[in-house]
Design a protein around this ligand. Structure first.
Ligand code: 4NP
Length: 156
C-alpha cells in the first residue's frame, strides 16, 4: 500500500505524518506493508527539510525525521492508494488537480482516522507555539494507529 500525507508547505504536518507512520510501522515490524511519502499543495519550501520546531518535537518522542519538501503533482493521484489531507484547504487544493472518480475516492481527510481527537482538521502549527506542534503529533499518532489497524495488519 502507498500512502501520501499532504499539507500546505510540506515542512510541518505532512512530513510529521510520514515520519510518525514509518516509526510505528518500524516498531511493529510492518514496514514491508507500506511505502509512505508526503507533499505540499504549495511549492514554497521545495527541497527543504522539515521545520526545526517539528523536527525537535518528533525527536523528543524518539521519532527519527527524514524527508525533503516537494509539491504534490497529478501523477501522485494515480500512484498512491491513499492521499491524506491535513485540513480542509489542503483537501480542496488537491481536488483542484482534477482527480478522476476513482482517484477522488483515495483523497481523504486524515482526521477521519483519529479515534481520540474530535477536530475535523489537523491545525496548521506554523505561526503558533510549541503546543500546536505537540497537538499535531498527538493527532498524527492517534490516526496512524487506526490506519495501521485498518489497512496494514491483516494477514491476507
Ligand atoms: P505545513 O505548515 O503546511 O504543516 O507544512 C506550514 C508551513 C509553511 C507555511 C504555512 C504552513 N508558510 O506559510 O510558509
Amino acid at each position: 500500500m502507498k500512502i501520501l500525507f499532504v499539507c500546505l508547505g510540506n515542512i510541518c504536518r505532512s512530513p510529521a505524518g510520514e515520519n510518525v507512520l514509518r516509526h510505528i510501522l518500524t516498531q511493529q515490524h510492518l514496514t514491508d506493508r507500506c511505502s509512505i511519502d508526503s507533499a505540499g499543495t504549495a511549492a514554497w519550501h521545495t527541497g527543504k527539510g522539515p521545520d526545526a520546531r517539528m523536527t525537535t518535537t518528533l525527536q523528543k518522542r524518539g521519532i527519527p525525521v527524514t524527508g525533503k519538501a516537494r509539491q504534490i503533482t497529478p501523477a501522485d493521484l494515480e500512484s498512491f492508494d491513499l492521499i491524506l489531507t491535513m485540513d480542509d484547504e489542503n483537501y480542496h487544493n488537491v481536488l483542484k488537480l482534477k482527480p478522476s472518480d476513482a482517484q477522488r475516492q483515495k483523497i481523504q481527510k486524515f482526521t477521519c482516522y483519529c479515534q481520540h481527537h474530535s477536530q475535523s482538521e489537523v491545525p496548521d502549527p506554523y505561526y503558533g507555539g510549541q503546543d500546536g506542534f505537540d497537538l499535531v503529533v498527538d493527532m498524527l499518532e492517534d490516526g496512524c494507529q487506526e490506519l495501521i489497524q485498518r489497512f496494514l495488519t491483516s494477514r491476507d
